[in-house]
Design a protein around this ligand. Structure first.
Ligand code: AMP
Length: 567
């Protein structure tokens, strides 16, 4: 047989055995007076010493709130300084941070708070169309009428309180600004004793993802998982304390909180948040004014940066490197990033939440062709293999499902042993649901997705979750969801809907109904109203046929242009 599609990463640098808090303290001591964190939209700048002070204060305040080792704290906010402080502070007291997409609506929030058993939630004030306080009061009406810590919710029995980042939150919420005042309730020895008991293989983070199938599951990641992934990603980029990294991606996902935050913490680099949510102009200005050397983004963000008129007027020549990841990285976009954003050393990373996330990455030494056409080779201390439908490893240059094994594989899905067993096989391989090819030298190309998932502008959408949601509409008898390619977002959502007898709705009305209830990125861009779906003889819906038909119909229109596409 020819060589199998199996590859093992290098063994250096060595894996860290520290907790996240220990690694952070070591960095803050080593680089105390250097700039650690810049949050442009809040006008905040912290040295490592100042960031460490803020972290320790808030960590003790969390203990004062009664948070015990292993308990869950949710964070539901767009990018901000408090997000970063909470990430480290919660890790230092042994809590598990549940990162919640800030675009979530009430039902999505309810699900993750309940499934993870969050004790406390930290929420933002309001953002875009989300009024976080109003949504929480809708979910927990008693919140507004009782003093903090003195209410109980029947639906969320584990929840003890909500901290708001607002300057003056409504009654019932604890103000973040008041937390610092509570730090004094916990003495240093008690705080140090708590930290001393923590171990690197304890859970530190839960991120909701749907893996290869539709129901959201909480990927549970340890200190060892994510700290080492931040280390390895940054090592591949050659990050040092002289680098200034601009991070426009959301913190609730591993791309932001691991590759960004922990990538900087493990290398002493300066972390810069250009805005609360992605904005191409603010990101470009931030790179120029902060003289950034490294920039991260999903492919659609880089496309928006390249196409923005402000780009040509700004001096972006300080950039040298960065990462494009999260979805297929088009070759032409990679070439333009190298030429027009001056990111000669840009790398592609591939991964998934369940593997902390990165398992493959291109390297600075790889030849240009490989850097723009592959997702690179296996990361240090990890193994990659491609298997067929029976689990046998395929030969090099043959298509197989990409599987990863090693330190980065999650502890499991929170409170869901069955789903964990389906995702991680008996030999410890995490199955990705992605189809890939490995060449003779171990470079991997992602060639498709075996799993039923749509990636729109870097956000994952699970057709089954969306179909189940659409079925809750009283007029809908059946709904099927597919993704179709789209220039602007990579992919877009198309929902085929069959109404109940005698019922009908306009697409706009249905879209408005969705908008009020689910995160905006999941709302179908196009609806197609049908009497029946294409099926096999056994009655199974043929999604590939739906995709073909949708695409053909949409191709003739100016589709994917939100202002011009009708249904
Ligand atoms: P998430 O769990 O949100 O990180 O999504 C993981 C999925 O994103 C993977 O299973 C892939 O389908 C996709 N993905 C991530 N990075 C890449 C990449 N560089 N190229 C192609 N697909 C990617």
């Amino acid at each position: 047989m020819t060589q199998p599609s199996y590859s093992r990463g290098r063994q250096d640098p060595p894996l860290l055995t520290q907790t996240l808090g220990q690694a952070f303290d070591a960095c803050a001591t080593r680089h105390a007076d250097r700039e650690a964190l810049v949050v442009r939209h809040q006008g905040l700048r912290y040295s490592w010493r100042q960031l460490a002070e803020a972290v320790d204060t808030h960590a003790r305040a969390l203990m004062a709130l009664g948070i015990e080792t292993g308990e869950r704290i949710g964070i539901w906010a767009p990018n901000c300084a408090e997000w970063c402080i909470l990430q480290i502070a919660s890790a230092k007291v042994g809590a598990v941070l549940v990162t919640i997409n800030p675009a979530y609506r009430v039902s999505e929030l309810d699900y993750v708070l309940r499934q993870s058993g969050c004790r406390w939630l930290v929420c933002a004030d309001a953002f875009k169309t989300s009024d976080y306080h109003a949504m929480l009061i809708e979910l927990i009406p008693s919140l507004a009428t009782h003093a903090p810590g003195h209410w109980r919710s029947d639906t969320l029995p584990a929840l003890r309180g909500v901290v708001s980042l607002a300057a003056q939150p409504p009654q019932g919420f604890v103000a973040w600004a008041d937390l610092a005042g509570r730090a004094g309730e916990v003495q240093w020895p008690a705080y140090c004793a708590r930290q001393a008991k923590l171990r690197c293989d304890q859970p530190v983070n839960i991120q909701y993802t749907s893996g290869t199938t539709g129901a959201p599951k909480g990927a549970t990641l340890s200190h060892r998982n994510i700290l080492n992934n931040g280390l390895m990603v940054g090592h591949s980029l050659g990050l040092t304390e002289h680098d200034r990294l601009v991070l426009p991606v959301p913190l609730y996902h591993c791309f932001g909180m691991v590759m960004g935050n922990l990538g900087c913490i493990t290398h002493g680099s300066t972390l810069i948040y250009p805005s609360d949510a992605f904005d191409p102009e603010l990101t470009l200005r931030c790179v120029a004014e902060e003289r950034a050397s490294v920039l991260y983004g999903v492919p659609t963000m880089f496309i928006a940066l390249l196409d923005h008129p402000a780009r040509a007027q700004l001096d972006l020549s300080t950039l040298r490197s960065g990462i494009m990841a999260g979805a297929t990285c088009p070759i032409e976009v990679m070439r333009r990033v190298i030429d027009q954003l001056h990111m000669a050393e840009v790398q592609i990373a591939y991964g998934m939440t369940e593997t902390s996330p990165v398992s493959l990455q291109t390297g600075a030494d790889d030849e240009l062709e490989r850097r723009v056409t592959t997702v690179g080779r296996t990361q240090p201390h990890l193994e990659t293999q491609l298997v067929d439908a029976h689990g046998a490893v395929v030969a090099r240059n043959e298509i197989g499902e990409l599987c990863t094994r090693g330190y980065s594989v999650m502890l499991g899905y929170w409170d869901n042993p069955q789903a964990t067993a389906e995702a991680i096989d008996g030999e410890g391989w995490m199955h990705s649901g992605d189809l890939a090819v490995m060449d003779e030298e171990g470079y991997v190309r992602i060639v498709g997705r075996g799993k039923d998932m749509i990636i729109r502008g870097g956000e994952n959408i699970y057709p089954r979750e969306l179909e189940e949601f659409l079925h809750t509409h009283p007029a809908i008898a059946e709904a099927q969801v597919v993704g179709v390619p789209c220039e602007r977002y990579g992919e877009q959502v198309v929902a085929w809907v069959r109404f109940r007898q005698g019922q009908a709705l306009e697409a706009d009305a249905l879209r408005d109904w969705c908008k009020a209830r689910i995160a905006h990125f999941k709302v179908p861009r196009h609806f197609r109203f049908v009497e029946q779906f294409p099926t096999t003889v056994t009655g199974k819906v043929q999604k590939f046929r739906m995709r073909e038909i949708s695409l053909k119909e949409l191709e003739s229109r100016a589709w994917c242009d939100p202002d011009r596409s009708g249904t």
